[in-house]
Structures are given as structure tokens and as C-alpha cells.
Design a binder for this molecule. Structure first.
Ligand SMILES: [Zn+2]
Length: 294
């Protein structure tokens, strides 16, 4: 067979009739299929992958392309964003909010209640079809919604007042604390994230309160304000001690090796609301606790 192989990269309507031509895939970066067109089927041009509208050449359907398309399919904006925006009547900065997950002091279990709250997955009576009533378990008389439990319930004011003292001691100004944004999304009045240590504290406090609220719902264990405050303070302190131990061990492991031991400047800055992190030894000196007038 003599002649220039027919380029099957572009589809022509009469292609299906002329299948005895020598054919080639155009892309020189691949070994194009050569032979008569009937044997070079399928056509290079005109493919779609999954639900993507993008028209691809078969020679471009690589594994990385397939992964990219599948990822896009699985990373649609979660529904909760729209619902929260609607409830609060504003466009919340979701990109910022998702990036806030994780702090130097919290573990994934500490973050769980906050994560569930963002996804509107905390167990509340208005969501639970088995629940006989939709009224708040704290007996305040209101509907028990996600927002009500974390930011509005007057019977949980003690928790927010207590947490406010910590937030102030951790460098958050009182007028930065917003009645909804701070308790729900760890954002300040300007919808900017509060500092990382304040975020850590809020996640730990929420986890603790939610644990007690769950016990109340399941076992009927009464809410003990003193106990909740003590648990919040204990949990927060234990995370600080765990952090210090981790840094100390890191330093001791590396001190006689040629592995760099110093901490990063951004880590030092993140910890500054709590105290001074020594950039070399990783030793954290907490600011005097008397600053926290609890
Ligand atoms: Zn209530």
C-alpha cells in the first residue's frame, strides 16, 4: 500500500465507508496505529470519559487523565455549604473553612465534632427521625438544630462564656468573637479564621460539650456545668502537654545527629498565642496562666 496514511485524529462523516485506507493516529508522542483504517478502529478522536463534557483523543486517555476526571467527579462541593449559606443568609468563605481543619494541638478525634458540624452531621433531634420530640434536649423550649446547639441555646451560655475567657487569653479580641461565626465555624466577625491555637481550643471545647450532650441524650446523664468546664480545661491542657512531649522527643532524637533540629518559623508563629516556642529545642514556654482569669 503506497501513499500518506490517513490521519484518523479528526472525524469525518464518511469515515465509516472508507475503511480500507492506510490510517495513522496523528499524535507523534505515541506510537500511532498504522494499518488500514478498519484495523485501526477505534478512532482516535471523539471520546468522552465519565460524565465529563471534555472531548478527548483516545491517544490522550492516559491514567492520569482518568484519575483527574474521577477526582473532579468526587470533589463536588458538599451540600452542606449551600444549606449553611442559606441558613445564615451569607456566602461563607468555604475554601478558607476547609483549609482550617487540623491544628498543631488537635488530633483527628478532637476535630471530629467540628467536622461533623460543618457537614451538618451532628446528631440533633430535628434530624433524628427516631426522636419523639424536636425540642432542645436542654429543655430551653427551642427547636434543636445544629446552629441552636452550638451557638444559640441559652442553657449552654455557660460554655460559651467559659470559652470566651480562654479565647481572650489566647489573643482573640472580644469584639472579634461573633455570636454565630466563631462558635460554628471558628471565624471572627470579619469571617477570617481565629488564630490556630484558639481554633484548637474551640474544637476541643466543642468535642467535650458534644460528648456531654450525647451522654445526656443517650443515658439521661444530667448536664454538670462544673464537670464540663473542668473537662474542657483538662482536655486542652493534655493536648498542650502531648505537644510538648512530642517536641521534646523530637529534639532529643535529633540532637546528636546531622538531621536539622530547628522548628519552622511558621510553627513558632502558630504557637505564639499560647507562649514561646524555642526554635531550636522545641521547648514551649506557656505564658503565665494568671492571664487566663477563669
Ligand atoms: Zn436549647
Amino acid at each position: 500500500m503506497i501513499g500518506t496514511p490517513y490521519d484518523t485524529s479528526e472525524w469525518e462523516d464518511d469515515d465509516w465507508q472508507l475503511t480500507d485506507r492506510a490510517a495513522i493516529w496523528h499524535d507523534p508522542s505515541h506510537y500511532p496505529i498504522r494499518g488500514i483504517e478498519s484495523t485501526t478502529y477505534p478512532q482516535d478522536q471523539g471520546w468522552k470519559m465519565g460524565k465529563s463534557e471534555e472531548v478527548l483523543k483516545l491517544s490522550k486517555c492516559t491514567i492520569s487523565k482518568a484519575t483527574q476526571i474521577l477526582q473532579i467527579k468526587h470533589t463536588q462541593e458538599p451540600n452542606c455549604q449551600l444549606i449553611w449559606n442559606e441558613i445564615l443568609g451569607i456566602a461563607l468563605p468555604w475554601e478558607v473553612i476547609w483549609k482550617m481543619l487540623g491544628t498543631p494541638l488537635t488530633n483527628p478525634r478532637d476535630e471530629e465534632a467540628f467536622y461533623k458540624l460543618l457537614h451538618r452531621k451532628l446528631n440533633t433531634r430535628t434530624k433524628d427521625s427516631r426522636s419523639k420530640t424536636k425540642k432542645c434536649r436542654m429543655k430551653c423550649g427551642c427547636l434543636e438544630t445544629q446552629l441552636h446547639l452550638v451557638a444559640e441555646c441559652p442553657k449552654l451560655n455557660f460554655y460559651r462564656q467559659y470559652a470566651t475567657k480562654f479565647l481572650k487569653a489566647l489573643g482573640v479580641e472580644e469584639d472579634e468573637i461573633h455570636a454565630i461565626y466563631t462558635w460554628t465555624f471558628n471565624l471572627n466577625t470579619e469571617l477570617k479564621p481565629v488564630n490556630k491555637i484558639a481554633q484548637a481550643f474551640l474544637r476541643i471545647a466543642l468535642r467535650t460539650v458534644y460528648r456531654h450532650l450525647t451522654k445526656l441524650e443517650i443515658n439521661g446523664s444530667p448536664i454538670n456545668k462544673k464537670r464540663i468546664k473542668r473537662d474542657i480545661a483538662n482536655d486542652f491542657m493534655s493536648r498542650i502537654l502531648a505537644f510538648q512531649l512530642y517536641r521534646r522527643n523530637y529534639y532529643l532524637d535529633k540532637v546528636n545527629t546531622n538531621i536539622p533540629i530547628h522548628r519552622s518559623k511558621s510553627e513558632v508563629a502558630k504557637l505564639s498565642p499560647l507562649g514561646e516556642l524555642d526554635i531550636v529545642t522545641g521547648h514551649l514556654t506557656i505564658r503565665p496562666l494568671s492571664l487566663i482569669h477563669i
